[in-house]
Unconditional design. Structure first.
Lengths: 327, 182
């Protein structure tokens, strides 16, 4: 038996590599049959070069299984999809969400902050995955700082709005600060929005403590339950209840959508203006009181103006930096 | 069924765990010593084949030394075939000893490093490859769902995925030290 019988002149390595990729992709599809496997075995047996090239690519691809740690835990993915209307809406929303993320051209999933600051511009949207597996989603025009250490988990909402999905860790409570307000959680999902003089917290899951500090003292505290919306202003704290499902609607910005339910045009315009540099102005108060319902893309002003034209017969004047709606 | 005897699967396991991690260094070595850089993939394949055939008979005890010695012998035989031995090639071939003396990173460092390396590899991919990898692996979407998201046909998604898989293997195994963790 000859010692080194160099295998039959191997074919071009680049081509074999490409073929290996094609096989692996086929293998990754659902419905891989015994017949497919036979075909693959035949190809693999043709040359050790095939065998090595295939397993080299497969080994690299297998490593990407680790990426599940960046998987976004979302209600729409956890439930088995039925053909209900809400599923379809959520599905569509998820699609838009994803495109929004990809369009920014960067893998926010892959960021791991420690003592770092994250910001979005007007109309921006960003997902940050923390080292403990928690996620923070930043809405338009938002700044969040994060400080993760062995002993504590801290974040501060400097401005804007963010959705927090906090991984449970009883030994390290997660604290979110907004000015002199403080939210302490063990593991939960909630949304925080800070406006001048006002903080709004919507709790979807779990429990959180909401504290206000005045001169280093805790003056007002509230323990929130799922479905509660807390609004803190200088006048005090007000807690109202809402179905968790409707709170999830309020999180539609995560998918780049705005949800209106009998919303006045004035309020709708205010929402659009949070996301777009081009501002909507409503010329008269009668128009401002008209209400709309629907789900519309936050950054597509045309969709909105088209609807107001069609439904209410409004006139839309485009002044460049401003869109004026009137009768 | 794999159709391969036990020894061949042992050799394959050994190849994947011991030889593949050397690919970046090996490529570097081959590039240094062979003028025609377009031939490097073929040279690498030849080195892998020789190493693998040897491992089918007996698993080499010192993978690193074995792989680089095989590469060196391959280059020498190629030089002979071409009947030209560039002076600098001989000088560089000697540099092999230096490469062999460098200890490889220990296992725990490799394990800790893997996720970071994987990220760096994915981030280095062209945008379209990166997108399909993210959609497939992080978002766990099917090909038809990816097709809808990216406004492509399913066939195109499959093509991109297969190319992305190949590109990812190259990016992962050919990352140089200074290219890592950026």
């Amino acid at each position: 038996m000859s010692d080194i019988a160099p295998p039959a002149p191997p074919r071009c390595a680049a081509i074999i590599k490409q073929e290996a990729g094609v096989w692996l992709e086929r293998r990754d599809r659902p419905g891989w049959s015994a017949e497919d496997q036979r075909d693959l075995d035949v190809w693999l047996a043709q040359s050790p070069a095939h065998l090595l090239a295939y397993h080299r690519v497969a080994e690299a691809w297998k490593q990407t299984e680790r990426l599940v740690v960046f998987r976004r835990p979302g209600p729409e993915r956890a439930q088995s999809p039925g053909l209900t209307r809400s599923t379809i809406v959520k599905f569509a929303a998820a699609a838009l969400f994803l495109i929004g993320v990809l369009a920014t051209g960067s893998l926010y999933y892959l960021n791991q902050p420690t003592g770092r600051s994250f910001a979005t511009a007007l109309g921006g949207h960003k997902i940050v995955t923390l080292s403990d597996g928690s996620h923070i989603e930043l809405n338009t025009d938002t700044v969040v700082t994060v400080d993760m250490t062995a002993g504590r988990r801290m974040a501060a909402l400097v401005k804007g709005e963010a959705y927090f999905d906090i991984a449970h860790d009883a030994s390290r409570p997660f604290t979110v600060k907004i000015a002199n307000r403080r939210i302490t959680v063990l593991g939960t999902k909630f949304r925080v929005r800070g406006a001048p003089g006002k903080v709004e917290v919507a709790l979807l899951d779990g429990r959180v403590w909401f504290d206000t500090e005045t001169k280093g003292k805790r003056t007002q505290s509230a323990l929130m339950s799922p479905g509660q919306v807390l609004v803190a202003t200088a006048d005090g704290i007000k807690v109202t209840s809402a179905p968790v499902a409707s709170l999830e609607n309020d999180l539609s910005w995560r998918s780049g959508m705005l949800v209106f339910r009998r919303t006045t045009l004035a309020d709708a315009a205010r929402e659009y203006n949070r996301y777009n540099t081009k501002k909507i102005t409503i010329a008269d108060s009668d128009v401002a009181k008209l209400t709309i319902s629907g789900i519309l893309p936050a950054k597509d002003l045309n969709a909105f103006t088209h609807m107001t034209k069609t439904f209410f017969g409004l006139h839309v004047q485009d002044h460049g930096a401003e869109l004026v709606l009137s009768r | 069924m794999s159709g391969a005897p036990m020894r061949s699967s042992d050799a394959l396991d050994w190849f994947l765990s011991e030889v593949l991690p050397l690919e970046a260094k090996l490529i570097q070595y081959l590039r240094h010593n062979w003028r025609d850089s377009s031939a490097v993939d073929d040279l690498l394949q030849d080195v892998y084949l020789r190493v693998f055939e040897a491992a089918m008979r007996q698993i080499p005890e010192k993978p690193r030394a074995f792989v680089f010695t095989t590469a060196r012998n391959l280059l020498i035989s190629r030089f002979r075939e071409q009947q030209i031995v560039p002076i600098e090639a001989v000088a560089n071939l000697d540099a092999l000893d230096v490469a062999l003396d460098q200890p490889g990173p220990d296992r725990s460092v490799i394990a800790r490093d893997e996720l970071r390396r994987l990220r760096a590899a994915i981030e280095s991919l062209p945008a379209r490859y990166r997108e399909v990898v993210v959609l497939r692996r992080i978002e766990n979407l099917s090909r038809s769902e990816i097709a809808i998201r990216l406004n492509l046909s399913e066939a195109s998604v499959s093509t991109y995925l297969s190319e992305a898989m190949t590109a990812l293997a190259d990016a992962l195994y050919r990352q140089t030290e200074k290219g890592r963790g950026q």
